[in-house]
Design a protein around this ligand. Structure first.
Ligand code: PLP
Length: 360
């Protein structure tokens, strides 16, 4: 039986998408073969690819002057490539660090750019995000990079930061499509698919086209976003299966009511869970400043860490999977992406209350 899966990624997918994938695995759309077995250059997959892009554009209201890429390599590869593509050798780039993934982004670009920390909340244990008014921006920086939602530390920016005149790049790996977003405020946003968009293996990039005119740094064609845009994400064999499944997830999100509807559901789910933590008389604790609490990833701690193993074993037995916190933070973490139904969060909250009552 399927359980409620709170994994941070790869994460739970909509049941209807998985059922359809199962039904189509041997034979897709009357062609007598699986979509996994078809050439990416054939008319069938070309149509799948075009449909996925059109649906994503509709879902996220992506303006026409932005290119969309579906690439392999994960968000980490994108973190490295943005420097090669959009910064000149030796040019500074500003980085805002509000958690683990902001640090990773700097690590990935360190060989290529002079990465400057414009702001960081590391001193307070990443329990808050540095407000944009405190960011120290470099006048000739190639871009400003920030992480919209920090998957491990459970902090998020609720508003798109203003960087007057600068090029804003956002890592949206764990929050893309969770609410409406004004894409026109960004030079580029990127996201690995494995949280809100589909199975791991495909990474979505949304790039304002004028950025593609930048010279960047010497790089192989396969590392060049201009070439990928020209080649319509098919410079080499793309991850067709993952792309197809992501397309089914886009369609599912549109059919469910789009990002406005998911924003409402995600708001309700997060409120339910944080209320249970805050209302537990200290049995559970979340350390994040209220205004920066992530609506996607909720880390929490038991007042008595000695109960962790029991909490995990009992929650698993109750059909609540993958609540163990990331090794960087310890404790627990519930990831409640778009595909997590409200009933799943309700089941988690019921379990938490019951566990606290029995062990409190
Ligand atoms: N950025 C964020 C916010 C993430 O949560 C992750 C993975 O969890 C990454 C980047 C790295 O993604 P990938 O494993 O696809 O390279």
């Amino acid at each position: 039986a399927r359980v409620f899966n709170f994994s941070a990624g790869p994460a739970t997918l909509p049941q209807s998408v998985l059922e359809r994938a199962r039904d189509e695995m041997l034979e897709w759309n009357g062609v007598g073969a699986s979509i996994v077995e078809l050439s990416h250059r054939g008319p069938e997959f070309m149509e799948v690819a075009a449909r996925a892009e059109a649906d994503l554009r509709a879902l996220l209201s992506i303006p026409d002057d932005y290119a969309v890429l579906f690439l392999a390599g994960g968000a980490t590869t994108a973190q490295a490539l943005i420097a090669l593509n959009f910064a000149q050798p030796g040019q500074p780039a500003d980085y805002v660090v509000s958690g683990h993934w902001g640090k990773t982004a700097i690590k990935q670009v360190a060989p290529y750019v002079d990465a400057r920390i414009a702001a960081t909340s590391e001193d307070n244990g990443f329990h808050d995000v540095p407000p944009p008014s405190t960011w120290t921006l470099t006048p000739d920086a190639a871009y400003v990079h920030y992480t919209a939602n920090e998957t491990i530390h459970g902090v998020e920016y609720r508003e798109v930061p203003r960087v007057d005149g600068g090029t804003l790049i956002g890592d949206f790996s764990s929050s893309i499509a969770s609410e409406p977003l004004d894409i026109s405020r960004f030079g580029l946003i990127y996201a690995g698919a494995q949280k809100n968009l589909g199975p791991v293996g495909v990474t979505v990039l949304i790039i304002r086209r004028d950025l593609l005119e930048r010279e960047g740094q010497p790089r192989a064609e396969i590392l060049d976003y201009r070439a990928h845009v020209r080649g319509e994400s098919m410079l080499n064999t793309p991850p067709t299966w993952n792309w197809y499944l992501a397309g089914l997830v886009f369609r599912w999100m549109l059919d469910e009511g789009g990002v406005e509807e998911f924003a409402r559901r995600n708001g309700r789910k997060a409120a339910l869970l944080y209320d249970a933590i805050d209302g537990s008389s200290g049995f559970y604790r979340n350390d994040v400043a209220a205004a920066a609490r992530s609506r996607m990833n909720v880390p929490f701690f038991l007042h008595d860490e000695a109960l962790n193993a029991e909490f995990l074993a009992e929650s698993k037995a109750a059909g609540l999977l993958a609540l163990k916190g990331h090794r960087v933070l310890g404790g627990m973490r519930a990831s409640i992406y778009n595909a997590m139904p409200e009933a799943g969060v309700q089941a988690l909250v019921d379990f938490m209350r019951d566990f606290a009552r029995r062990r409190g």
